[in-house]
Design a protein around this ligand. Structure first.
Ligand code: NAD
Length: 336
């Protein structure tokens, strides 16, 4: 590998991709970002940023050209539970195309390492029926019974990474993220996840106001702050481990507790209403990190309350800026 690693981040206009580009640049890498869009909230520090539709094979060849050492393949059509349960066909088709074309283009352009961003949505639904869930080990993805659409295409793309390794000796890495949150992430428009959505709702609510939660709020999840996510991505890429690894925290909370935490951070009393017809996904999901600890000698550890405080502050200030018209939403798009 050259002295200054040449790295491609796909999905570099998105939440995790943008944070990863910042970290890779700070660590001295040469970085190309590729995405359908520029980052929404600040300019990308990437050396090159190309607007490419990676569902198309020739665009994947372009993205991987020029002696790229490492690819972090983060591009995906995805969103929160409302989004991924509504668009099963489109999400599956888009992401299958991106992943199959990116793997083949990386192989043809002799990329040295290829990291695929999978998801905890690959885990068998039957093992996530209890809010007090047994944390999920990597082997719990089989026998396969993943989330419809998004979970199935992620699980198949994991398999595809294994096939490329088997047939072509390609160096692939597979990361299963568990709910990532933090500043500079989508917080409105339908693609936002629970932590960002709750921060937005609380920031917009009056003291003693009401906030709606989908389901009875007793469904459980763990949430990983984006700095831990980026650290884990770098460590997994550098490791010699080829099988899937969980990247998440084992700090399990109910969605009601998550809302309570945000309300406390905001210093507001909030009344909860439960929309029982809203989508809520599996009943419980948590990350079991034995394998991650063994392979990386490390695991995500930033406490939820600490990460949420930073996230809330950022979302509240964005909303204040938009609402006071000092900053119109259209101006949020920064172009490099
Ligand atoms: P994001 O939506 O913010 O970023 C994904 C980016 O991919 C977007 O900027 C989008 O424009 C881009 N993209 C979509 N289709 C594209 C196409 N055809 N060509 C080029 N770019 C395209 O999502 P994120 O939270 O940053 O997630 C990054 C990766 O991590 C995704 O693969 C996602 O499935 C996975 N993941 C994320 C989470 C999480 O909690 N954020 C959890 C599990 C898995």
């Amino acid at each position: 590998m050259s002295a200054q690693p040449r790295v491609l981040v796909t999905g570099a206009g998105g939440f995790i991709g943008h944070h990863l580009v910042r970290r890779l640049k700070a660590d001295g890498c040469w970085v190309r970002g590729a995405d359908l869009k520029f980052p929404e909230y600040e300019a990308s520090p990437a050396d090159e940023f190309e607007l490419l539709d990676l569902r198309e094979f020739d665009k994947c060849l372009l993205a991987t050209r020029g002696g790229i050492d490492q690819v972090y393949n983060l591009a995906a059509d995805m969103g929160g539970i409302g989004y991924i349960t509504a668009y099963l066909a489109a999400i599956s088709r888009h992401n299958i195309l991106i992943n199959a074309n990116m793997l083949e283009a990386a192989r043809r352009n002799e990329v040295k390492r290829f990291l695929f961003s999978s998801s905890a949505c690959v885990y068998a639904q039957g093992k996530q029926k209890d809010a007090n869930v047994e944390p999920l080990k990597e082997e719990d993805a089989y026998p396969a019974d993943p989330e419809p659409g998004y979970g199935w295409e992620k699980l198949f793309a994991e398999e595809l990474c294994r096939y490329y390794r088997h047939d072509y000796d390609m160096e692939t890495r597979i990361v299963r993220f568990h709910n990532v949150y933090g500043p500079l992430g989508t917080y409105d428009g339908g693609k936002e996840k629970a932590p960002a959505a709750l921060c937005r709702k609380v920031a917009l609510a009056k003291d003693s106001g009401e906030v709606e939660i989908w389901g009875d709020g007793e469904q459980t999840r763990s949430f990983m702050y984006v700095d831990d996510c980026v650290e884990g991505l770098k460590r997994i890429m550098a490791s010699e481990y080829h099988e899937a690894l969980n990247l998440g925290t084992p700090e399990l909370v109910t969605i009601n507790q998550l809302l309570q935490m945000v309300a406390e951070i905001a210093g507001k009393r909030i009344r909860v209403t439960h929309n029982l017809s809203g989508p809520q996904g599996v009943r419980g999901r948590n990350s079991e990190n034995s394998r991650t600890r063994r392979v990386l000698g490390w695991e995500p550890s930033i406490p939820l309350r600490q990460g949420l405080a930073v996230t809330y502050k950022w979302i509240a200030s964005e909303l204040r800026a938009v609402h006071s018209s000092q900053k119109q939403p259209a101006e949020k798009v920064s172009r490099k």
